[in-house]
Design a protein around this ligand. Structure first.
Ligand code: C5P
Length: 310
């Protein structure tokens, strides 16, 4: 086994990584492997976690930021598993301390854990000078979780399979969101289970929504608002009924579209423009239904190494 100690300049690497929303989340039948086939359109948005890996004598994880009590700091943390899997791939021991500073809500439907795993892959790839490309990291990302490959890619992309088969979509105009971090964290499997319970075996075929692609192509926020869709929404609302009140708030605030983000409970409100989205975020922050609210725009690039100031 090779010791993983770099020189003074490279003993620590920080990576900033964005959250995602799903502009379309169409969920097909439950598969034999326990996953559901998806057709989804992911978009990375400007809400970032930061993951720093530092050469150390053992693998460890520390998490800072709001609402992080529920994040494991042992080897079940997805970022730790990412470091382990990447090290295993090249026959090394993952001797790193991982520090995660969270702004992406935990169990919020914005792929925060997946983002941290993608960031850990990029950070360790850089620290250990492995030189893997994003494409080469993709299979490792897919083993870590269905959303991790997109978290590695960023931008806007169509996801199929269980979400790991990706095709980048060019998006020409920024999309402005108000994000409401609602109370009541929802675990992804529980929402999928509830969806299966609600709809039984009767599942419609799923396909990419042409009106959504047209709206993205035209950069038309009104058409985009009408084309947003999320099959997980009903299940999230059943498990967390206050989200219905939150989504209704979107109509009164003039949002062009109001959706549960992924499996929730974060709700995303599409603004007419940046000023409108910022205003909505400021109002949402005052609602007792939310822990926190933020403005964000998409699409943004995937994980980026943060230049070292030292
Ligand atoms: O892939 P990941 O570990 O992030 O998925 C977490 C859980 O979400 C899975 O165990 C499964 O219950 C559910 N899931 C699913 N279908 C997908 C993606 C996730 O049922 N396409």
């Amino acid at each position: 086994m090779t010791p993983l100690v770099g020189d003074e300049l490279s003993h620590r690497v920080s990576v900033s990584v964005p959250a995602k929303v799903n502009l379309q989340l169409s969920i097909g039948a439950l598969r034999a492997d326990g996953y559901h086939d998806l057709v989804t359109v992911f978009q990375a948005v400007s809400l970032y976690d930061e993951v720093t890996v530092t050469a150390a004598d053992r693998l460890s994880v520390r998490v800072a930021g709001a609402g992080t009590d529920a994040v494991p700091t042992d080897r079940t943390n997805l970022a730790a598993r990412a470091a382990e899997l990447l090290a295993e791939e090249v026959g090394m021991v993952p001797l790193v301390g991982i520090d995660i500073t969270k702004r992406i809500p935990v169990a919020g439907g914005m792929a925060g854990g997946s983002a941290d795993a993608a960031a850990a892959l990029v950070a360790c790839n850089t620290l250990w000078r492995l030189g893997f490309s994003t494409e080469e990291l993709h299979p490792i990302a897919a083993r870590l979780g269905s959303d991790v490959p997109f978290s590695l890619l960023g931008g806007t992309a169509v996801g199929e399979g269980r979400g790991e088969i990706l095709k980048a979509l060019p998006t020409f105009r920024p999309i402005h969101w108000a994000l409401a971090f609602a109370h009541h964290p929802l675990s992804t499997p529980s929402v999928y289970r509830e969806l299966d319970r609600l709809r039984g075996a009767d599942v419609d075929p799923i396909e990419l929504a042409q009106p959504l692609l047209d709206a993205l192509d035209a950069g038309d926020p009104v058409a985009l608002g009408e084309a947003l869709s999320n099959d997980a929404e009903q299940a999230a609302l059943t498990l967390a009924p206050h989200l219905g009140t939150l989504l209704n708030w979107g109509s009164t605030a003039g949002a062009l579209g109001s959706i549960v983000s992924g499996t929730g409970p974060t709700c995303a409100f599409l603004g007419r423009d940046e000023a409108h989205a910022r205003d909505m975020a400021a109002e949402l922050a005052e609602l007792p239904l939310c822990r926190r609210a933020e403005y964000a725009y998409g699409p943004v690039d995937g994980p980026k190494v943060v230049p070292d100031e030292h």
